[in-house]
Write a protein that binds this ligand. Sequence first.
Ligand code: SME
Length: 182
Amino acid sequence: MTHQIRQHALCGNGFGGYGRFDMYDFAPAANASKADIYRELLSAADAITADERDAVANMANVAALLGEFLADCNWTGFYRAVGGELVLGPFVGRPACIRIGMGVGVCGTAAASGKSQLVADVHAFPGHIACDALTLSELVVPVKRDGKVIAVIDLDSPDLARFDAQDQAGIEALANLLSDRI
Ligand code: SME
């Protein structure tokens, strides 16, 4: 186990249990394989969201976990499906586009199709929205509840082809876990 939850007297867990779950030390082992990283990421995301009902709090912590666990990413976070478009959610990275139309860019394509988008070179993706000129590759995975897309998880990297099928499977497992937690 590479993560632990330590006690701290100043934070609460959302159920009045102040001092029970507060300080989080999550980090992948230095020599961890990609399979290990996703196993640990899923376990940490499960632990940190299991007892909290606030969607923003859960997305914020998961965005931070993604940023800590996944090397070579310049943006990790969420867009939420709100009123027929995508609206920026919690993330780690530089300020980003706030609203994205369904079917537009990589995120909008993932949301409209309900299918993950694994993009090795964003400049080859028609309609890619360049929030950060440094981004070269991207993985976007829809989060669904009762078959409907409620959000997407967006990962950006300054490296070409940073993400592969193993990353996609890992983030799809995370999206599945978050289905009723965000
Ligand atoms: N590149 C995305 C937009 C979101 S930012 O990368 C954070 C897209 O084309 O949908």
